[in-house]
Design a protein around this ligand. Structure first.
Ligand code: FCB
Length: 433
């Protein structure tokens, strides 16, 4: 059965950051530091999903999706990241899973969507190898509670973005600016993934995936220097995270730095066969030769396409290119693929009658769903598509400024209003059934 879903993440929607014994995460700390988030927004309240989840599950049931990708907040389950378990945190996800199943929606939890417990950051966060083992312990605790009802698990969300934005450039929590010295964060996340796969399966988990953010890399020209830079960027963004998982080896990293934290046996753990690969796609990236800023490549940006409110180019065929490219690169080593995020932000403003006519989002989703179907026709085993996102939510460094939802949220009142794209998708899903 093809999975049609929506996706969200804990810190972006839950709010209730002090409820029921939840510990602090790096995102609580970061969002409260002056100047980090646009207009000083925080996820303290977000969509108040922690209290309003039955309404949100009902919205998904009416939409007609058969799956929901959400994330579990590690600091709700283990307020200090390790040690004492907070049963009220587990109870919340237990209720959510039961609510989803009762509504006919398969729960697809992600165990880490960037909200590391602050207590573990105080030990060095993902720069510290011990965190990989704590992650597996946490995965086991959650799976022991939920694996009897959860059909599909995702270990990590976008380890590339977490490394690059969180530890490399300081745009996301924990706000470090290590540039290429952040490479151990890649290895420790991947090791944590592999250890978590073992822990999940030991606790009875059925299907296990990881979600990687991938981008087709377009060289700025056919000049050798541009081609080499594009290759370096492809290595950093895509292959650094896909190769060890699918092939059991790192790509040649000499253009970007050294990975000197790998120990004997790690790659065997990391490359345990998966039941699927989750792919998040937003846009391609156009890369040229380095300038003098010290990086081995330059992002040229993409022109000639419509853009989202974020300024991201809208290139639906890039999703077909990405999926067929993965198939060409990895061949039979590529497991079934699930598009675990795809969507766009728009400046959605309710009209005089209160409706939100987001025709741009409808065009975006229509184009990308067709691209998935085209990739399938070209031989890619793609088994799911999840829209980012169900609700307008806290978009990280952009705060509440980027609206990605099928459902509009008025953050002053928490009123939810389905947009035109919600109705469009509901009608599409009805025809697919
Ligand atoms: C992805 C993140 C997700 C959301 C979208 C817009 O990189 O996984 O949380 O912010 O981008």
């Amino acid at each position: 059965m093809f999975l049609w879903g929506t996706a969200t993440a804990g810190y972006q929607i839950e709010g209730a950051v002090k409820d029921d014994g939840r510990g602090a995460s790096v995102w609580d700390t970061f969002a409260h530091e002056p100047g980090r988030i646009r207009d000083g927004h925080t996820g303290d309240v977000a969509c108040d999903h922690y209290h309003r989840w039955p309404e949100d599950v009902a919205l998904m049931a009416d939409l007609g999706v058969n799956a929901y990708r959400f994330s579990i907040a590690w600091p709700r389950v283990l307020p200090q990241g390790t040690g004492r378990v907070e049963p009220r945190g587990l109870d919340f996800y237990d209720r959510l899973v039961d609510g989803l199943l009762a509504a006919g929606v398969a729960p697809v939890p992600t165990l880490f969507h960037w909200d590391l417990p602050q207590a573990l950051q105080d030990m060095g966060g993902w720069m510290n190898r011990d965190i990989s083992y704590y992650f597996a312990d946490y995965a086991a605790i959650v799976a022991e509670r939920l694996a009897d009802r959860v059909p599909m698990w995702i270990t990590l969300n976008e380890p590339f973005v977490h490394m690059a934005f969180g530890y490399g450039m300081g745009i996301h929590a924990p706000g470090q600016t290590l540039l290429f010295d952040a490479l151990p964060v890649a290895h420790h996340q991947l090791l944590g993934h592999g250890l978590a796969v073992q822990a999940l399966r030991a606790a009875g988990a059925r299907q296990v995936l990881i979600t990687n953010n991938c981008t087709p890399v377009w060289p700025a020209s056919e000049e050798a220097a541009d081609l080499a830079a594009a290759d370096a960027y492809d290595t950093l963004h895509n292959r650094l995270f896909n190769d060890p998982i699918l092939l059991g080896e790192y790509p040649d990293l000499k253009a970007i730095g050294a990975m000197d934290v790998v120990r004997d046996g790690d790659l065997a753990v990391i490359s345990a066969p998966l039941d699927g690969l989750g792919i998040n796609y937003y846009n391609p990236t156009r890369i040229g030769a380095p300038t003098d800023d010290g990086l081995p490549f330059t992002d040229h940006g993409i022109t000639g396409y419509p853009t989202t409110a974020f300024g991201w180019p809208v290139v639906p065929d890039g999703l077909r290119e990405l999926l067929t490219g993965l198939r060409a690169r990895y061949g039979t080593a590529l497991p079934p693929v699930y598009v675990t995020e795809n969507g766009c932000s728009q400046d959605d403003v309710p009209g005089p009658d209160g409706t939100i006519d987001d025709q741009g989002r409808i065009a975006f989703l229509d184009g990308h769903i067709r691209a998935v179907e085209q990739a399938a026709a070209e031989g890619v085993d793609v088994r799911g598509y999840f829209v980012w996102s169900l609700l307008d939510n806290f978009e990280w460094a952009e705060g509440y400024h980027q609206r990605f939802g099928l459902v509009h949220v008025d953050f002053a009142t928490q009123r939810r209003t389905p947009k035109a794209s919600y109705t469009w998708l509901r009608d599409l899903l009805a025809t697919k059934r």
